[in-house]
Design a protein around this ligand. Structure first.
Ligand code: HEM
Length: 444
């Protein structure tokens, strides 16, 4: 769905939309809560098992990615990947490091190729996965694994007796057997959706959660506010005689909602989008601007086929919209009543993070609700005081993107905070060396 255009996109989106409704999402709340509690318990166990019983080095981004993979497995495909428990899970393995080479400087031929690939016809572009670089072979491996696992999931669902569900897998299987061309997905389309949802549905959310914990790790006073809200909502829940939160409980946690919105604003996981103009058009401007030739214009002319770069992070940090502290993390901005400044954009919270319009993120509710349930799974334990990130001091790659062997061998002996180590780049002569600097502000 992410890659196709026009009528094909419209058909695919229409078929899958029912799986992302608010009503459908509510049925997944127990799964979100269960997996969040499992993760919380795992971290508690790691603390318990540590020498001091109160501090341990935990790879937070990796564990969150495993949890969100399990979430997408159970909710979308009614399948238990068991990634939280299984260190060798093959999907978790292909996802790990998927983008690590994409963040390094590509060779010159690849730069040229990427700059021109929109002019390459689709059938030829299809063979890009066979290009002999680590980046493309990682994607090839991911696609092969996702298609193989996806086919198993489809076969299992097709042979099950339960029919007519509104979850993603049921919808996919129904659409593969219908005779109605408008509601039909062929096998390749169906497996491609599975690969898309596996990727789009877990890594984005895991990274956003990691940023949330990172920001909170620097602010114990904000952690306390969240815990207080959760404890108050629990009291309400118990007074009602309920055993679990209902959606309105999450709505009542105003500060926690603001924290998640603020993280989505400051750290949008998709930082920019590209659009190609289908016809000649103009982009109207909210304020006139002066061009380099000194002309004042109110709109930008766009020619057919022109590619427009939409910078999500620029909009999300515009001072004219968010105020002078737009570059700082401040959840209170979502509690203050300064809405008059904000234009109404995007599908959620006036943010561009999930994009807008007919191609906006179909899974934004999927991303938002697990974040709420994750935070409320265990308000007592102070996980956010642990080290969350390590990054290479030169290329700013996070340890999550590095191979497990390298990261664990460094992490084992790594105790200090705020220190800068070597970079993961090779020195001009000599061997590659991996190095990290700790981004944790709260522990030292
Ligand atoms: C914090 C989490 C997430 C962020 C920031 C995010 C962001 C985005 C953005 C910006 C787009 C628009 C791409 C474009 O316009 O070309 C998009 C599209 C999409 N997202 Fe998400 N997403 C998130 C989570 C999810 C989840 C949980 C799912 C599925 C369960 C999902 C599935 C999709 C799909 C299928 C599309 C393509 C929609 C289309 O082209 O019609 N996303 N996402």
């Amino acid at each position: 769905m992410v890659a196709v255009k026009g009528d094909v996109h419209q058909r695919q989106r229409k078929i899958l939309s029912p799986a992302f409704s608010a009503g459908q999402l509510r049925t997944f709340l127990p799964i979100f809560r269960h997996l969040a509690s499992r993760l919380s318990q795992k971290w508690k166990d790691e603390l318990e098992a540590s020498v001091s019983h109160e501090s341990a080095i935990i790879n937070i981004p990796q564990m969150l990615a495993r949890m969100t993979l399990d979430v997408i497995g159970e909710t979308a495909f009614d399948y238990q990947f068991g990634a939280l428990d299984d260190q060798k899970n093959e999907l978790a393995r292909v996802f790990r490091n998927l983008f690590v080479d994409s963040m390094l400087r590509p060779p010159a031929w690849d730069l040229l190729f990427k700059a021109t690939w929109r002019y390459i016809p689709d059938p030829i572009l299809h063979y890009v996965r066979h290009l002999p670089t680590r980046e493309y072979s990682r994607f090839k491996q991911f696609l092969e694994t996702a298609f193989r696992v996806g086919q198993d999931l489809v076969d299992q669902k097709a042979s099950s007796t339960e029919k007519g569900g509104k979850d993603i897998m049921s919808i996919l299987v129904q659409s593969s057997i219908t005779d109605d061309a408008k509601k039909r997905l062929n096998n390749d389309e169906m497996l491609s959706q599975i690969a898309t949802f596996l990727l789009a549905g877990h890594d984005t959310t895991a990274n956003t959660l990691t940023w949330t914990l990172y920001e909170l790790s620097k602010r114990p006073e904000d952690q306390k506010k969240i815990r207080d809200e959760i404890v108050a909502a629990r009291k309400e829940m118990e007074a009602r005689g309920d055993e679990d939160f209902v959606p309105s409980d999450f709505d009542s946690m105003l500060f926690m909602n603001a924290v998640i919105k603020e993280t989505l604003r400051l750290h949008p996981i998709v930082p920019m989008l590209f659009r190609e103009a289908a016809s000649e058009d103009v982009i109207p401007l909210s304020q006139p601007i002066e061009t380099v030739s000194g002309k004042i214009i109110n709109q930008v002319p766009v020619s057919k086929g022109q590619v427009i770069n939409i910078s999500i992070c620029t909009y999300n940090r515009l001072q004219s919209v968010w105020g002078e502290d737009a570059d700082s993390w401040n959840p209170n901005r979502f509690l203050d009543d300064n809405k008059e400044r904000q234009a109404s954009v995007g599908v959620f919270a006036n943010l561009m993070t999930f994009s807008a319009g007919i191609r906006a993120c179909i899974g934004w509710r999927f991303a938002y609700v697990p974040s709420l349930t994750m935070a409320s799974a265990d308000p007592q334990t102070d996980y956010t005081r642990s080290c969350l990130y390590t990054e290479c001091s030169r290329c700013k790659l996070f340890s999550r993107s590095l191979s497990r062997r390298s990261s664990s061998s460094i992490l084992r002996g790594w105790t200090s905070c705020g220190s800068t180590r070597q970079s993961c780049h090779p020195p001009s002569k000599g061997r590659w060396r991996w190095g990290y600097s700790c981004l944790c502000m709260s522990r030292s």
